[in-house]
Design a binder for this molecule. Structure first.
Ligand code: GLN
Length: 389
């Protein structure tokens, strides 16, 4: 048989999603792939039930149903501080996964370079490979996950076409400060580079941190492709509703890419989700408070176990330092953790460009009783995991 494509040789399946399968195999509390185990808001579900009996079973407009784009434009205009045109400046996609892929394909040619901060959400690696572009990784240094502006400028000197900015950041939990964003903005301007954002955790930011939309920085609207989704905000990761917001000259091309990648996001789900897009500010405050409670509960439990860990400023991930166990492979450690302790985690190496094997990622988007169950299982885990040194 002929050989399969070269481009698919350069990446594996997603380790994040593989760890969900490992968790299921060992009946572990799955704190690996980040998605909530609690219900979406009732109003959205009630609307979904009605929609089944209404006329939303065929394709919607390829770049998103009109009322969905209008509701989204209104919400995001409020947040992003500019009037977003629902007709010219939005493409609705199948999750932010498609939004990112479409964004990268919209701005890059094969061989172009794309700056990616490391650690990074693993999709960006595959996005660059699939689009034929090449990542230039710039390290974020723990514990604050700060970048070195000189290292970032060195990456820009290689004339990248775009930079991918995940903010709030998965897996580090970093929320970029205004000063940091300004440095990126200056470099994007100086080297004439696009910035593709992944802002799916825009509403999961812990006080006193604040989310700043990169596109809202002076002069940045024109060169920013903002990607986000409804998955995390309304606890509907399985609905696959995402979007790109950008100036119309970019959106015109993104619409074409999206049209031929997927035609469109599920019409009945768009219709039901409009209910959520129309929620008032109270909903987002409550969401933040709920996650703040979960973060505090989980961090306290981990502190009691005396495991060194990161403290997220946003999103819902924590990196734990497992150096004491002496494993050379964090993937093997995660298998052992799922099998012998009953907790699913993602090996940190799937997020780092650098050779990092001493971190694992857990998420806390779970019901409190499940988080407590995970903490119970972790109690005494030092006696359950075979040390390797
Ligand atoms: N963003 C989630 C994570 O990092 C998962 C997203 C996905 O699997 N599509 O775990």
């Amino acid at each position: 048989m002929p050989a399969l494509s070269e481009r698919t040789k350069d990446f594996t399946d997603s380790v994040i999603r593989r760890m969900t399968r490992v968790s299921l195999q060992y009946n572990a509390v799955n704190l690996s792939q980040g998605f909530p185990d609690f219900d979406p808001p009732k109003e959205i579900l009630d609307r979904l039930a009605q929609v089944a009996g209404e006329d939303f079973h065929q394709y919607s407009i390829t770049w998103g149903a009109q009322n969905f784009r209008e509701a989204l434009a209104e919400k995001q205009s409020r947040l992003m501080g500019r009037k977003i045109d629902p007709n010219g400046e939005i493409v609705v996609t199948c999750g932010s996964t498609e939004a990112m892929m479409a964004a990268v394909m919209t701005v890059t040619n094969p061989g172009d370079k794309v700056v990616v901060f490391s650690p990074f959400y693993e999709n960006y690696g595959a996005d660059t490979v699939l689009s034929g572009s090449q990542p230039i990784y710039v390290p974020l240094y723990p514990p604050e996950f700060n970048f070195n502006p000189d290292e970032l400028e060195a990456a820009f000197r290689q004339k990248p076409k775009a930079l991918i900015l995940c903010n709030p950041s998965n897996p580090s939990g970093k929320v970029f400060t205004l000063e940091e964003l300004k440095i990126i903005a200056e470099l994007a301007e100086k080297y004439d580079t696009f910035v593709i954002t992944d802002e799916v955790y825009e509403h999961i930011v812990y006080e006193p941190n604040k989310h700043i939309y990169f596109s809202s920085l002076p002069g940045m609207w024109e060169r920013t492709i903002s990607c986000s989704s409804l998955s995390k905000t309304y606890s509907i990761t399985g609905w696959r509703l995402g979007y790109i917001i950008a100036p119309s000259y970019i959106i015109d091309t993104a619409k074409k890419v999206h049209d031929f990648l997927t035609v469109g996001a599920a019409a009945p789900l768009q219709e039901a989700a409009v209910t959520g897009l129309k929620f008032g500010d109270d909903y987002y405050r409550q969401l933040r408070d709920t996650y703040t409670g979960k973060r505090d509960l989980f961090l306290k439990g981990l502190d009691d176990l005396k495991i060194p860990h990161t403290i997220p400023q946003g999103a819902y991930y924590i990196l734990l330092d497992i150096s004491e166990f002496g494993y050379e492979s964090d993937l093997e450690f995660c298998e052992v953790l799922a099998r012998d302790v009953g907790v699913g985690a993602v090996p940190g190496s799937s997020f780092f460009r650098e050779n990092v094997n001493h971190l694992i990622r857990l998420h806390f988007a779970k019901k409190d009783e499940i988080l407590n169950e995970a903490l119970n299982r972790l109690e005494g885990f030092r006696t359950k995991i075979a040390y390797r040194k």
